[in-house]
Design a protein around this ligand. Sequence first.
Ligand SMILES: [Zn+2]
Ligand SMILES: [Zn+2]
Length: 172
Amino acid sequence: MLIDIDRLPKEGLRLVRDFEFLNLDLVEENAVFLEPAHAEIAVRLIGEEILVRGEITARLSFVCSRCLTPFEFPVASKFDLVYLPEELDALSEELSDEKIDQMYYSGRQLDLRTVVLEQLNLTFPAKPLCSAGCEGICAVCGELIRDAKCSCLVKESDPRWNKIKFNVRDKS
Ligand SMILES: [Zn+2]
Ligand SMILES: [Zn+2]
């Protein structure tokens, strides 16, 4: 949904809205929306800067990167952003570290849908885990270790063996 910058009321704009995104839009390829993303957003124009402040809540289903079990991933994310007109970007010659993260709007418009999607994607972990201590799948039988479905004995190797291996490698 496009916000027309020049038609923003002086006191700003408040929006409460559900956004439907395609799972394809998400950086996490195995994520599925369990319900639409709900966003409450306030937009204000101060000089040429657009201030966007808001909150996104959503429920998604992720797939654990260790045990491959789907699990629910709730999102409750607050954000506070400043968008500068794109013309400023063209003027600034050198990119400092700060400016790399700077966001811009162009054509006197801001697409809130894109803003919400970007913020949503930022909340996703690089490696989704069903729980911090997920033990994943047994390398021997392929069953979940967590549910004790697997009875294979995968033990840490005896440190004395490590020493022997080390010695062998030393000699070669
Ligand atoms: Zn897991
Ligand atoms: Zn096993």
